[in-house]
Design a protein around this ligand. Structure first.
Ligand SMILES: Cc1cc2nc3c(=O)[nH]c(=O)nc-3n(C[C@H](O)[C@H](O)[C@H](O)COP(=O)(O)OP(=O)(O)OC[C@H]3O[C@@H](n4cnc5c(N)ncnc54)[C@H](O)[C@@H]3O)c2cc1C
Length: 452
């Protein structure tokens, strides 16, 4: 393993900053410092099993051991109710603390403090931090911006969806089983969660432009009126009382179109934040953060490949953003009761009308060069691009696809193709697998006929 002595500063200790820190440590970086302050409000969030896999892949242990079991999720959407799904409800303050414990267990330096200012130049960064009333000035060669939606971005080029706000209230009731519920209404949707201690998190999401939100002092009353009208909210309101202040969270989808430079990178919500409706925030955050260490490693150790590494990061971020934006759009489309209401109208055809998955189309399949992650670096290799995978597939189940597609294109029929796959050293099991994949892409094999 390589040992690097270059100071990398990670601003923000949510899932993205923490995952990047662990990834850099795995690549042999020793001089990593995370600066973070606890999030200033309580929140419960729901995660799927894909997040559990992502946390495992990133190398978290303590955070995983402390995850609650999946609990029931009740849904009323487009007038229909079901309770088919489950999700794990995490207390974000406890979860973020557990992430920091993981970093400490792996010897990563964490400073609890608030980043006050960042001055960046080509040769490095100077960051001033307020740590428990003490001013610190930190220098770094490389900066990872992982402060989530709080990361300053006004000077960067961004793409924004419809301006959206989520109003979160805390209620306290009797002890009960953990559960959550979702319900759509005329001008937004509600997400409600309760834990076994009777704490209830009641979140209402509205369109900023078209909702006539009252002044701050009347927001609680406004939200309570709405909650009382929702059937799914009743079990969360029964025998419960509001506690604490209402908290407003911006939930507008935002893509940062400049997410990487020569000596800095933005990851997680700082690079792209998705609509919370799809419940994929932490998943997309981990997805973008798992590949960032290889981008950083390339920028630092192979500067001749900087452009390639930057292009790779920006393309992945953009691709992930659109994928999750389209998933959100399709959830909004499923709500059919108020298609003309501004909330639903604006969100059911944004960011575009392209399907989440493109139709398979053999003619559009190409072998070309694309950047991929290989052994901790970004490298240009031959991949196969398809209409559904424009960034390319390098390996599928451990098999390099570009030689397979070349063999298919050069062959005159099934028997000839099999001979060529033999020539690539592929076992009969691997051949069956790639033939199956080619069929899924629309290839047909006739042992006597030419398939071109
Ligand atoms: C209303 C709403 C509901 C959501 N619900 C869900 C859900 O149910 N499921 C889900 O998967 N995702 C959900 N998300 C998305 C999820 O919260 C984010 O995608 C995820 O937390 C992003 O991780 P991150 O590490 O990039 O940023 P964050 O988790 O925001 O972490 C950033 C960290 O940086 C710290 N920080 C910020 N500024 C400073 C500073 N100046 N100095 C020091 N530290 C600082 C913050 O305190 C925080 O600890 C929701 C988002 C919103 C807005």
């Amino acid at each position: 393993m390589l040992s690097h002595q270059r100071e990398i500063l990670i601003l923000g200790g949510g899932p993205s900053g923490a995952a990047v820190a662990l990834g850099l440590k795995k690549l042999g970086y020793q001089q990593i410092t995370v600066v973070t302050e606890a999030r200033p409000f309580k929140a419960m969030e729901g995660i799927s099993e894909r997040v559990v896999d992502g946390l495992k892949g990133a190398g978290f242990k303590h955070a995983l051991e402390n995850l609650p079991a999946p609990s029931a999720r009740f849904v009323t959407w487009s007038g229909e109710s079901n309770q088919a799904n489950t999700e794990r409800l995490i207390d974000r303050v406890a979860f973020d603390n557990a992430l920091m414990v993981d970093l400490a267990m792996q010897g990563i330096h964490v400073i609890q403090g608030r980043v006050e200012s960042v001055h960046s130049a080509d040769f490095g960064h100077e960051v001033s931090v307020d740590s428990c009333g003490q001013s610190l000035l930190l220098n770094a060669e490389f900066l990872v911006e992982a402060r989530g939606r709080a990361a300053p971005s006004a000077k960067l080029k961004r793409l924004r969806g419809a301006e959206t706000i989520s109003l979160l209230q805390y209620w306290q009731g009797a002890e009960q089983e953990r559960c959550s519920a979702v319900q759509s209404f005329e001008n937004g949707w509600a997400w409600l969660a309760a834990d076994e201690k009777g704490r209830r998190y009641l979140q209402l999401t509205f369109d900023v432009g078209s909702t006539n939100l009252p002044e701050k002092s009347k927001l609680v009353e406004f939200c309570n009126e709405k909650l009382k009208s929702l059937s799914q909210a009743q079990p969360f309101l029964d025998n419960a009382e509001p506690t604490g202040e209402l908290h407003a969270r911006t939930s507008t989808p935002i893509l940062c179109e400049e997410a990487v430079g020569d000596n800095w990178i933005r990851v997680g919500d700082a690079a792209m934040s998705v609509d919370p409706l799809s419940g994929n925030g932490i998943f997309q955050t981990l997805s973008s953060s798992l590949q960032a260490p290889a981008v950083i490693n390339t920028l630092l150790a192979k500067p001749e490949r900087s452009r390639l590494a930057q292009q790779f990061h920006q393309l992945r971020i953009t691709e992930l953003f659109y994928r999750f934006a389209r998933i959100g759009r399709d959830f909004y489309k499923m709500e059919q009761q108020w298609p003309e209401q501004p909330f639903w109208k604006q969100r059911s055809d944004w960011p575009d009308n392209k399907p989440i998955h493109q139709q398979v189309d053999l003619a559009s399949m190409e072998v070309c060069q694309r950047p991929v992650v290989n052994a901790g670096f970004i490298e240009l290799v031959e991949v196969v691009t398809t209409s559904d995978q424009p960034l390319g597939i390098w390996h599928l189940s451990g098999i390099a696809l570009a030689p397979v597609v070349k063999a298919y294109r050069a062959s005159s029929g099934l028997n000839d193709l099999k001979l060529r796959l033999d020539g690539l050293g592929m076992s009969s099991e691997q051949q069956q697998f790639v033939l199956g994949w080619l069929r899924q892409q629309g290839a047909s094999f006739d042992s006597s006929a030419d398939h071109h």
